[in-house]
Design a protein. Sequence first.
Length: 494
Amino acid sequence: MVQRTLLQAFHWYYPGDGRLWPDIEEKAASLADMGVTDVWLPPVYKGAAGGQSVGYDVYDLFDLGEFDQKGGVPTKYGDRGALERAAHALEEKGIGVIYDVVFNHKMGADETERVQVHRVNPDNREEIDSETFEATAHTRFTFPGRQGRYSEFIWDAKCFSGVDRIEDPDENGIFKLVNAYDDGWSVEVGEEFGNFDYLMGSDIEFRNKAVYEELKHWGRWLMDELPSAGFRLDAVKHIPAWFFRDWIGHMRESAGKDLFVVAEYWLPDLDALRGYLDLVDHQLMLFDVALHYNFHDASKGGADYDLRTLFDGTLVGAMPEHAVTLVANHDTQPLQSLEAPVEPWFKPLAYALILLREQGVPCVFHPDLYGAKYTDKGGDGENHEIEMPAIACLPALIAARQRFAHGPQTDIFDDPNCIAFVRHGTTEAPGCVVVMTNAGEAAKSVELGQEMAGVAFRDFLGHRDDEVTTDEMGRAGFPVNAGSVSVWVRGDTL
Ligand code: CA
């Protein structure tokens, strides 16, 4: 049985110059061989920063690097032809293509409009000034370079609920646009700052039926244009849940197949995630933010961290069928806004925990597989040179998921510094014994049962080169190096 394994195929500082799409095309075969089943692409459409844009500053959803807009034709990752070749290369290797859906806002308007606005208290967005006044806002998107191809929809102030910049009078802040839906912000959004509908840019007004239909049209169009296995939904706590409750069903119906959908609701709060899953009728999965923070804490804590608490408060612990587990992503990498990096020594342990256990769908981060080196300004305004080394054992861990992460699971979480779990295998596929420690070299005594008596095990990761043989009761002590992980598998399955 093939087990779903995602790769986030980009990071914030991936080089521009259209290198990503050809790179993905080239890597498709090796990713399939390794055991990656789905690839999450960065936003495939034109951002306000054109060829420099990572993609979250959406300008035109229909410009996949095809039109001369925002300073050129290609996106940061290449032109539309290169995107098509990459997506088809993945599909040919049996890899699903997951698209990043950034629906919360738009940026880089083509024209301004005179609009009526209310000032809003940024710290409590429920406090909307009752007074309205006229100002100029960047809210009109006509896409002159595209000339109505694929969609003739023109976005204007009626399509947005708020902006953070007005002119004449010139002010920065948060401004609620006066529109036909002017009974405050949308409901069914995050509760931080009173109401977290507004995040950035020109905030999309989902209560506008024409907007709603346009976003459905776009989803159907994308699936017609490119091979599609699903979506990654950006910033959903800023978008009314009722919108995706409908949109996902519509996409699945249009696709005529099941689609994999994972949403980014960035809050390490199980109750909030549960509440969101209820609101969207459990139609999607969520990234396990709490587990990511636990990995961060464990990597900082060293031997002071109690490994038995790693799954406390996590989505994968409480609702495993809805959890996409991760060790790092483009928002948590060094110099980014949600920076909470997991220290390199702990990453092999964290990846073993997401890749080899029964619960959750793991998502591997591009730099952890391929490495990354970049320079950017930090919060201190200084330039920082960052090197994220590739994790040497990660390809083996991804392969181990397909080869050995099978069958029932037994946890041996009996020591704060050394934990283990057993995958017992099935009649078709072998299992494994995973041992890890955040302290000195250790060993875990494991009982595998009499049917596993006298079996020789080797460490699939090669961190240990000794052999472990079970006794007549199927027992053995499985060793692990200091601050490391070993994946013990039957020697005769190698
Ligand atoms: Ca919003």
